[in-house]
Ligand binder design. Structure first.
Ligand code: ADP
Ligand code: MG
Length: 699
C-alpha cells in the first residue's frame, strides 16, 4: 500500500507546525524565543505548552508521559506517568502541568554516578530540553530532558553536550564579529551520524550466550567465506533485509528522524543507515532513538540487530561516522570554503581552528570514543588506528602550505592568487579522492570523525569536539580582538601561518593502516593510546581538566566521575565477557568435545569388534587431536578463572582495568584459539551453538 510519506513524516512529533497550530500566538512566540536564543521559559508559557502537548498526545493515543534522559550509559532512561488525575468523585481528568513538563524527579540512585553521589542521596532532577522536540512512542509522550543530581551535578550526556554547544556558539560568534561578520547572532554545530549494524537470525542468536550477554561472539571459527570476495558492500539487498530497512525507515520517519541512506556494508550481514544531518543535540537524541528502533524493528522480523563494535572476529566491525560542521543562524556552513576571498578567510580561520583543536586535544578525542568494544576495532585494519590525525586532501594541504610559506597558491583551475597579507586564496570545494583510513577527514564542507564505535552515544565525541574548537577560537579571538581594522588581514594571515606551523604535525594524508604511519606518528609526537586503560588516565590530566572546567563543561567532580564511570564500565564489560566465556567453554563446548570423543571411541571399538584387525587410525588421530585441545582448553580455562579472580580482587580501579586488559583479555584470546580449533572438528549436530557460517549467512 502506498503511503503518503510527507504526511507520515514527523506524525508522532510535537513539531513546529503542531506548536503553531495548538499554542496561543504570544505563547508560541515566547517558546520560539526560548528554543532559538536559549532564554528562560516563564511558567505561564510552560503551562500553555503542557496543555497543548497533552491535547496533541491524547489525540494521538497517548495515555502517559515520560521525561526521557541519557544517563552515563550508552542507553536512554524513562519513567512513565499517566496523565490521569482523580477529581475526588471517582472520576478522572487527563492532566499535565507546566511544572510536570519542565521538571521531573526520578530516583537517581541506580544510575552510574562515578562516586558523585552516595546512593542514599537518591534524588535526581530531569529538566526539559525545549530545543529537542517531544514525540510519541508506544502511546507515551516522550519529553527529551537533561538529568542532574540533587546538588546540580550533571549525571547525563545531554547536559555537557548542551554546555559544549553553548561555549562553541559563544566563541564562534565572537570571532565572526571580530572578522567583521556582524550579522551572525548564533552558531550551532551540526551532526550527521552514519550508523553501522549487523542483522542475524533471532533463532540462531538465542543459541549464542556470548551474543546474548556480551553482544559479540567470544569464540567461533571463521566461516569458509568471509568478506574477501568484496561482494557485499553496496550489494543487492536480500528481501528480508530490504523489508526490515523499509519498516525501519517508516518508524524513524514517523518520529521525524530523517533516515536517508541505506546500504549493505563490507562484512556479510553488515549494513548502514545514515540520516540527514541536524543540530547536534537533536542528532544525538535521534541517534539514540535510531539504535533503539533498529533493535525493535529487527525483533518484528525475527532478527536481532547487533550494534557491538566487533561482533565477529576476522571480518569488519561496526563504527559510526560523526559528520560534523558549524552553521550560523544566517544559514552559512562555516566549513564550506565558499566562493569569495572574504568567505575564504572565514573558512580558513575555522578550518585552522579545527586543526589546532584536534592536535591540542587528540587525547580527549581518543578518550571520547574509548570503550571495551571499540578497542577491538580501532587499529584492526578496518577502522582508523588509535592515533588521531587529520586528512585534508591535496588541495587544502597545498593551500595551507602556501600560507605557511608566503607563496602563491594555484588552484586546480590554474587561477593564480596572491596569498600574501592582502588577499587570501580562492579555491574550489575540495574534491580530491576519499581517504577511508583517516580518523578525522575533511570531506568538502564538513569533517568526518570516524573513530566512533557503533554502540556508543555520539554525545561524548561531540562534547569534546565542540569544546576543543571553542577553545581554539577563544585563543584566536584573544589574539585578534584589539587589532585595528586596517591591520586585520595581516594579523589573520599571521595567525593562520603560526597555527599551521604549530599544528601541521596532525595532518596526514597517507594510509593510516600501515606500520610506517605508527612509527611516523611517534616521531611527530602524536598520541597512540591503544587501549581504553591506556587512554583514560589522560582524561583527568591537568591540560584536559583545565579545558573542560574553564569552558564549564564539567566541574572537577563531574570530570572525575566520568573518568570513573568509564573505567568501571570497562572493567564490568570484561568481567561479563570472561564469565560468559568460561561458562560457554565449561558447560557447552567441553561437554560437546567429550560427547564427540565418546562417539569416536565407540565407533572405533565397534569397528574392532566386527573386524578385529581393522585400522582405527583416523579415529585414533581425531581422538588425539581432540584430547590435546580439550587439555589446552581445560588449562586455559583455569588460567582465565584465576586471572579474572585476581583482577576482581584489585582495589585500584585503573590497575584493575589494566589487569583485565593485559591478562584477562589475553587469556580469552588464548582460550579462543583451542576452542575455535575444536569447533572445526566437531560435527554441527553436536556443536552446542551456531557457527559463524550459519550466523553470517542466515538472513
Ligand atoms: P559519505 O560520507 O558516505 O559520502 P555523505 O556525504 O552523504 O556520506 O554524508 C554523510 C553524512 O554527513 C550524512 O548524514 C549527511 O547528512 C551529513 N552531513 C552533510 N553535511 C553536513 C554538515 N554540514 N554537518 C553535519 N553533517 C553533514
Ligand atoms: Mg562517511
Amino acid at each position: 500500500m502506498a503511503q503518503n510519506i510527507p504526511e507520515l513524516y514527523g506524525s508522532l512529533v510535537f513539531n513546529d507546525k503542531i506548536m503553531r497550530s495548538k499554542l496561543p500566538k504570544d505563547m508560541y512566540k515566547a517558546l520560539r524565543k526560548t528554543i532559538e536564543n536559549g532564554t528562560h521559559l516563564e511558567l505561564d508559557v510552560a503551562n500553555s505548552v503542557a496543555v497543548a502537548m497533552k491535547e496533541w498526545a491524547i489525540e494521538n493515543g497517548a495515555t502517559h508521559y515520560t521525561h526521557w534522559f541519557q544517563p552515563m550509559t550508552n542507553f536512554t532512561a524513562e519513567k512513565h506517568d499517566s496523565f490521569i488525575s482523580p477529581t475526588g468523585d471517582g472520576q478522572i481528568i487527563m492532566d499535565f502541568s507546566g511544572k510536570e513538563l519542565v521538571k521531573g524527579e526520578p530516583d537517581a540512585s541506580s544510575f552510574p554516578s562515578g562516586g558523585l553521589r552516595a546512593t542514599f542521596e537518591a534524588r535526581g532532577y530531569t529538566a526539559w530540553d525545549p530545543t529537542s522536540p517531544a514525540f510519541i512512542k508506544d502511546r507515551t509522550l516522550y519529553i527529551p530532558t537533561a538529568f542532574c543530581s540533587y546538588s546540580g551535578e550533571a549525571l547525563d550526556k545531554k547536559t555537557p553536550l548542551l554546555r559544549s554547544m553553548d561555549t562553541l556558539n559563544k566563541q564562534a560568534v565572537r570571532i565572526l564579529h571580530i572578522l567583521g561578520n556582524k550579522e551572525v547572532r548564533h552558531v550551532s554545530t551540526t551532526v550527521g551520524p552514519e550508523q553501522e549494524y549487523f542483522l542475524v537470525d533471532r533463532d540462531l542468536y538465542k543459541k549464542r550466550k556470548d551474543l546474548i550477554f556480551c553482544g559479540r561472539t567470544l569464540i567461533g571459527a571463521p566461516a569458509p567465506k568471509g568478506q574477501e570476495m568484496e561482494d557485499h558492500y553496496f550489494g543487492t539487498l536480500k528481501p528480508r533485509v530490504a523489508a526490515y530497512m523499509h519498516d525501519l525507515d517508516e518508524e524513524l520517519w514517523k518520529l521525524g528522524i530523517p533516515a536517508k541512506t541505506k546500504h549493505n556494508e563490507v562484512a556479510p550481514a553488515q549494513h548502514e543507515l545514515a540520516p540527514v544531518f541536524d543540530t547536534t543535540n537533536v542528532a544525538v537524541d535521534h541517534n539514540q532513538l535510531t539504535m533503539e528502533i533498529m533493535k525493535k524493528v529487527a525483533a518484528k522480523h525475527n532478527m536481532v540487530c547487533l550494534l557491538h563494535e566487533k561482533p565477529f572476529e576476522g571480518i569488519n566491525g561496526s563504527g559510526k561516522h560523526n559528520n560534523w560542521s558549524m552553521c550560523t543562524n544566517t544559514g552559512v556552513n562555516l566549513l564550506d570554503p565558499g566562493k569569495t576571498p572574504a568567505e575564504n578567510t572565514q573558512f580558513l580561520v575555522f578550518l585552522v581552528a579545527v586543526i589546532k583543536a584536534v592536535d591540542d586535544y587528540a587525547d580527549l578525542l581518543r578518550i571520547s570514543v574509548a570503550d571495551a568494544g571499540n578497542d577491538h576495532r580501532l587499529g584492526a585494519n578496518e577502522a582508523p588506528p588509535a592515533i588521531v590525525s587529520i586528512f585534508l586532501g591535496d588541495e587544502l594541504t597545498e593551500v595551507l602550505k602556501a600560507i605557511e610559506n608566503d607563496q602563491y597558491f594555484s588552484s586546480h583551475d590554474a587561477v593564480q592568487m596572491d596569498i600574501g597579507a592582502k588577499v587570501l586564496p580562492h579555491f574550489l570545494k575540495d574534491n580530491t579522492d576519499r581517504n577511508r583510513t583517516s580518523p578525522f577527514a575533511f570531506t568538502g564542507n564538513k569533517f568526518e570523525f570516524r573513530m566512533l564505535g557503533s554502540s556508543a552515544s555520539v554525545a561524548n565525541p561531540n562534547i569534546i569536539l565542540n569544546t576543543a574548537v571553542a577553545e581554539a577560537l577563544r585563543q584566536f579571538s584573544d589574539q585578534l580582538e584589539n587589532v585595528p581594522e586596517e591591520n586585520m588581514e595581516a594579523a589573520v594571515h599571521k595567525l593562520l601561518k603560526e597555527t599551521i606551523i604549530a599544528h601541521k604535525r596532525i595532518i596526514f594524508n597517507g594510509n593510516g593502516y600501515t606500520d610506517e604511519w605508527v612509527k611516523e606518528a611517534e616521531k611527530r609526537g602524536l598520541y597512540n593510546l591503544v587501549s581504553t586503560p591506556d587512554a583514560l588516565p589522560y582524561y583527568i590530566s591537568e591540560k584536559n581538566e583545565k579545558l573542560l572546567t574553564e569552558h564549564k563543561i564539567f566541574t572537577k567532580a563531574e570530570l572525575y566521575s566520568r573518568y570513573e564511570v568509564k573505567l568501571e564500565n570497562y572493567v564490568k564489560t570484561l568481567h561479563i565477557e570472561a564469565c560468559t566465556m568460561a561458562e560457554i567453554i565449561q558447560k557447552e563446548l567441553l561437554p560437546s568435545v567429550t560427547a564427540y570423543m565418546e562417539q569416536i571411541a565407540q565407533t572405533a571399538s565397534l569397528k574392532k569388534s566386527v573386524v578385529p584387525d581393522i585400522s582405527v587410525s583416523s579415529e585414533a588421530g581425531l581422538l588425539k587431536k581432540l584430547t590435546s585441545l580439550e587439555d589446552a582448553m581445560t588449562a586455559d580455562l583455569e588460567t582465565l578463572k584465576t586471572d579474572t579472580a585476581k583482577a576482581e580482587g584489585c582495589e585500584d580501579l585503573l590497575e584493575k582495568a589494566k589487569l583485565y586488559q593485559k591478562e584477562v583479555l589475553a587469556d580469552m584470546e588464548k582460550l579462543r584459539k583451542s576452542a575455535d580449533a575444536a569447533e572445526l572438528l566437531i560435527p554441527e549436530s553436536i556443536l552446542p551453538y551456531p557457527t559463524y557460517g550459519a550466523l553470517l549467512f542466515s538472513v
